[in-house]
Structures are given as structure tokens and as C-alpha cells.
Design a protein around this ligand. Structure first.
Ligand code: HEM
Length: 219
């Protein structure tokens, strides 16, 4: 790591922090969506709040979208730097094979998650924006659950979602591991945090798959 410039380290830390931020978003996104399996009422209330609260809509939502774009662009910058460095400096690093394997996996799983996000925005976010800010339809606080369930009536969509969640899990597993390398964190809590990371990386995508499959089976 000694050969890395300080701007590369800065970018790697920024990458890790933006990844952590997106993981926090994903956890709250999961906690809200899982309620749709147990109670249409609770899910409608939470969605109505998130969909109409100005702080969420005009502050948190733009920050989130900025975070996604930042993470994506920074990923490309780091990959480009890796490729440039490989063959010269990287050849002498032990563990270089592992570094390139990791970054290739992050690119493939990241691209899959991005493709999923395009579909997901088309499914939920675009109709939401159209409903509220283009068609100016009256707000019905009870519409959210039916809209969500309707999306998961389609087997092909459910399959695409579930496959994407598998890649999301890989992305989170690798991302979590590499963020530890980037930040050079190593103390007595490291093994515990790493185990938590693995649990999160497998558990959250599994939970999302559960939501999609349950709604498909219940329709
Ligand atoms: C079964 C799984 C999922 C369900 C049911 C679901 C549901 C939704 C719904 C209903 C919205 C619209 C929110 C709105 O704008 O009113 C939404 C937005 C969004 N979802 Fe998901 N989601 C799922 C999985 C995911 C995953 C795995 C990711 C990330 C990898 C993700 C990222 C997003 C993002 C970034 C938005 C836009 C956030 C915003 O509206 O500000 N979702 N999702």
C-alpha cells in the first residue's frame, strides 16, 4: 500500500464511506418494505409519510441520488487507476491477483446492481414522480400497498429482481471486505464488524428476495 498516492487513498476512503451511506439507506429501505408483507396499513402509512414529507422528498432524496451517482463515478475512477497501475507497480505486490479479482467482481456486480436500479426506478420511482409532480393526482394515502403488490404479479420481473439481489449480495460482500482494506481498520472489534458485514451482505438481499417472492405467491 506504500506506493499509493494520498489522493488514491482519499478516493478509496470516499468510496468506502459512500458505500456505508448506501448500506444505511438499504437497511431503512428494507425495514419499510418488509412491513408490506405483514401489514398493508403500516406499509401505507410509512410510504405516505416518506412520499409526502418535504425533508425526505427535497433533502434526503437528492442526497441519496447524489450518493448513488458519486459511488458509481468513483468506482470507475478507481478501476481506471487500478488498470493503469497494474502491470507496473501491481506486479510486485503480493496479493495483486486477489486485488484484480476483487475489482473485476465489483465491476460486474456493480453493473448488475446499476441495471437493476434502472428497472427499479422505472417500476417505482418514475410513476411516483409522475403521479405527484407531473399529473398532480390527488394523494390517496392507501394506494401504496396495492401499487407495490401489482408489480410483483409478473414472474419475469420477480426473477430479474431475485437474480439482481444475488449480485447485490456479492457486491456487498466484496465491498465490505475491500472497504476494510482501504481504511486500514484493524482493532479488536474488526472480526465482529466483519461478521456483521457478512450477515448484512447476505441477510438484506435475502430479505428483499423474500418480499418479492411472497408478493408473487400471494397474488
Ligand atoms: C423487493 C425489493 C424492493 C422493493 C419492494 C422496493 C420498493 C421501492 C419503492 C416502493 C420505491 C419508491 C419510493 C418512492 O419514491 O416513493 C423504491 C425506491 C427506490 N429503491 Fe427500492 N425496493 C426494493 C429493493 C431495492 C434495492 C435492492 C435497492 C438498491 C440496491 C433499492 C433502491 C431504491 C432506490 C435508490 C429508490 C429511490 C429512492 C427514493 O425514492 O428516494 N430498492 N423502492
Amino acid at each position: 500500500m506504500g506506493a499509493l498516492s494520498s489522493s488514491t487513498i482519499f478516493r478509496k476512503v470516499a468510496m468506502a464511506l459512500s458505500g456505508l451511506f448506501l448500506m444505511i439507506f438499504l437497511l431503512q429501505h428494507f425495514l419499510i418494505n418488509i412491513t408490506s408483507v405483514f401489514s398493508a396499513d403500516v406499509f401505507n402509512q410509512l410510504s405516505h409519510f416518506m412520499g409526502t414529507n418535504p425533508l425526505v422528498q427535497f433533502v434526503l432524496q437528492p442526497i441519496l441520488i447524489g450518493g448513488v451517482i458519486f459511488h458509481f463515478l468513483m468506482g470507475f475512477v478507481l478501476e481506471w487507476q487500478n488498470n493503469r497501475a497494474r502491470g507496473t507497480k501491481y506486479a510486485v505486490f503480493k496479493g495483486s491477483a486477489n486485488a484484480s479479482w476483487m475489482s473485476r467482481n465489483m465491476l460486474i456486480s456493480g453493473a448488475t446492481v446499476l441495471a437493476f436500479l434502472a428497472l427499479h426506478f422505472y417500476d417505482f420511482w418514475v410513476p411516483e414522480i409522475k403521479h405527484k409532480y407531473i399529473d398532480f393526482l390527488p394523494e390517496d394515502p392507501n394506494r401504496y400497498h396495492a401499487e407495490l403488490v401489482h408489480k410483483f404479479e409478473d414472474l419475469v420481473r420477480v426473477l430479474i429482481y431475485v437474480v439482481s439481489f444475488f449480485f447485490l449480495s456479492l457486491h456487498l460482500l466484496h465491498g465490505f471486505a475491500s472497504s476494510f482494506q482501504s481504511m486500514g481498520i484493524n482493532n479488536k472489534y474488526t472480526p465482529l464488524i466483519k461478521s456483521f458485514g457478512k450477515l448484512y451482505a447476505v441477510g438484506i438481499p435475502l430479505g428483499f428476495a423474500f418480499i418479492a417472492i411472497i408478493h408473487f405467491l400471494n397474488h
